[in-house]
Design a protein around this ligand. Sequence first.
Ligand SMILES: [Zn+2]
Length: 368
Amino acid sequence: MKVRDIGTHCPLCGRAFARFPSNEEHIFPQWLQRHHDLWNRKLNIPNFIGKRYSSVKIDICMRCNGKTFGDLEARIAPLLTSADPFAAAAILGDEELAIWLGKIFWLLIRKSHSVVDYRTRDLPQSDRIVPVEMLPGTLFLGMIERAFATRKGFVSCYSTDPPIPEFFYDEPFSLYRFRIDTRDDRFERFDFMDNPMTLSMGFRNDNLGIVCLFDGGLHRRFRGPWYDFLCGQALHPVQFSEVAARMIYDQTVLHEDAQQVTYYWNPGLKAVVAQSHTPRGFNPYMAEHHDPARLASLIARVTSHDPAQILRPNGGVVSCLHDSEGKFLRFATTEAELAAARADPNQVVFGPAHSDWRVREHGPKKDG
Ligand SMILES: [Zn+2]
């Protein structure tokens, strides 16, 4: 796939604007901005800090906008703006959600790639905000969106799969849905986090939280079980942020070969096949790449804490997700719950600014 200039070609389907008329579109859909009153709010995702949601736009061809992605949007919008988006979205397939979220993520990547970084603007060779070297890695997502835009399939498989491995084809992403506990009204009802380096993102919309990793399905297969204890629980927004940070972190310990993909075209299926360079049976999440300081800094960033609070002097990383038995720990919000947490020697309650964040230091749930 050629990455063409977003000034002349549609960033989704690749068609030339000269032949296919285009419109300037909001990267964050207008119905979503309206629903959460985002218009004049500023994004706090790294490449767009200080930009208003309503100003983040990009040209898209009218075929993508009106038809292909428009149909998807029309299906998703009423569900996500309903009274209970978690339940309403149950009728949506993971693929629909991944493609829709991936579209926002990909357009943000393309948009930031086209913006010259003000810090290096005066240097002879200025850097783009998303460095050029990073774009090939993010192309995996671009390929997924391109395939959908041109009505092709996109699947993934492993290096050891037999030559015609249709039986083994997997979804090319790992998507997790969480029910969010929305009772704590000190928190916004919307959040968006992205990490282009690992092609991972988090999205929180009222009581529905989604983490989606565009990883060929590796996370789901090898790391998913670690998160099973969250199944059926309602996560506080801070807990959801921690889960997203941990999943993003997981993608930083991958074996190098697991980040390499060879693409094939399967004419019978009309699908792009992305074959990972690691064997199906090989767990590519490498214990030797584990770095507690990096994990602590990722959690700290998304939960607005000091990394020094998250990384304990003994090298442990605090978590607000589980109790001393490794079971899900309900987030303390009431005074009584906070008092109980303070009285528990196994828990750390940050204070006074973060007295609402209840955590415990170590659990049977080991990292890595
Ligand atoms: Zn298009």
